[in-house]
Design a protein around this ligand. Structure first.
Ligand SMILES: *Cc1c(COP(=O)(O)O)cnc(C)c1O
Length: 379
């Protein structure tokens, strides 16, 4: 017996709150309980009620997996212990000799995973500016099997045309992966644009409160889902039930949080565009692909690296920390922090760049905080 609501055809907010979950069949608990059990009783040898051993599946995880899949418009969803664990499983779909193309300003950890773990095992890896389709054509090889998109990119927040890349990639019988961590399914739905797999660091906006590390892969292709599910179980990088619960709790407020993240980011962008200490502001334009610009902003300073470091040291509400996508605002220096691992590579980031994750505090407080930090730099 299940009271679970059929959410098909219902709006995003309704699907976020009710998708994949419903009153617990055993107790009526409104939230899916945190099932702290590593194993499940079998009624007879091989006869079970859907769960056997918690690495293979757990009811709390199953609820989260259904919920995120519904939001991404995917038929299948698989939760992982971290964003990188999900990415690792997806890259393992490739074999030695296959070629992977990454954006030239992808998340530093993605670049490190591809070049320092999968490349030594035989994967061929290239990076390209995927905002320029001719750059993709230049690195294309007969062995190209996977094109990895992160849009907007990190930390320069440029928009890659997912549908256009998917058309080119599918024509060559390769497939497209989109890291949708920055945009979230509220802003952009990559599978509807032609992507084959969506990955997430659920650590960020999906969970949204800086209290859990998690990852996700979603797809509507049964062949890919089956292989990712095999890797999830066979390699075992699975999230625990409490982690799954925390991510799912975050999903319920994703839409309202994203609306405010976007509004606060616009207020910050307006300040940055008018401040003399700022050289260039990077903020994605809302296009057909994204319904709004999101909560991430980056900018360079007329005073160079010293000014960038001074701004990072000068804010009081924006906390100096890595990560993003949570209720509190964060500031960081990508070249020395999130992207330190790509120094000296094709994916090196400018040293005068500052990245903000604009949180949900009062917009005028955030603007005032940044203004006083910028006023304090010598420009
Ligand atoms: C944080 C992040 C990751 C890695 O996720 P973890 O949960 O830290 O493993 C991957 N991609 C993007 C865009 C990220 O911001």
């Amino acid at each position: 017996m299940t009271d679970r609501l059929d959410v098909s055809g219902l709006g995003f907010e309704t699907r976020a709150i009710h998708g994949g979950t419903g009153p617990d069949p055993a107790t009526g608990a409104v939230n899916t309980p945190v099932y702290l059990s590593s194993t499940f009783k079998q009624d007879a040898v091989g006869v079970h009620r859907g769960f056997e051993y918690a690495r293979s599946g757990n009811p709390t995880r199953a609820s989260l997996e259904a919920n995120v899949a519904i939001l991404e418009g995917a038929d299948f969803g698989l939760a992982f212990a971290s964003g990188l664990a999900a990415e690792d499983a997806v890259m393992r779909l490739l074999s030695a000799g296959d070629h992977l193309v990454l954006p030239n300003d992808t998340y530093g950890g993605t670049y490190r995973l591809a070049t320092r773990i999968h490349a030594p095992a035989g994967l061929l890896v290239d990076t390209a500016d995927l905002t320029d389709l001719s750059a993709l054509a230049k690195v294309w090889r007969p062995q190209t099997r996977m094109v990895w998109i992160e849009s907007p990119t990190n930390p320069l927040l440029r928009v890659i045309d997912i549908a256009a890349v998917a058309t080119i990639t599918h024509a060559a019988d390769a497939f497209v992966v989109v890291d949708n961590t920055f945009a979230t399914p509220w802003l952009q739905q990559p599978l509807a644009l032609g992507a084959d797999i969506v990955v997430h660091s659920t650590t960020k906006y999906l969970a949204g409160h800086s209290d859990v590390i998690g990852g996700f892969a979603a797809t509507s292709r049964p062949d890919l889902a089956e292989r990712i599910a095999f890797l999830q179980n066979a390699a075992g990088a699975v999230p625990g039930p409490l982690d799954c619960y925390l991510v799912q709790r975050g999903l319920k407020t994703l839409a309202v949080r994203m609306e405010r993240h976007c509004a606060n980011a616009l207020a910050v962008v307006e300040l940055l565009r008018s401040h003399p200490a700022v050289r260039e502001v990077h903020y994605p334009h809302a296009s057909g692909q994204m319904r709004a610009g999101g909560g991430m902003v980056s900018f360079t300073l007329t005073g160079g690296e010293a000014a960038a470091l001074a701004v990072c040291a000068g804010t009081r509400i924006f906390t100096l920390a890595e990560s993003l996508g949570a209720v509190e605002s964060l500031i960081e220096h990508p070249a020395r922090m999130t992207h330190a691992s790509v120094a000296g590579s094709t994916n090196e980031v400018p040293s005068d760049l500052v990245r903000l994750s604009v949180g949900l505090e009062t917009a005028s407080d955030l603007v005032d905080d940044l203004r006083q930090a910028l006023d304090g730099t010598d420009s």
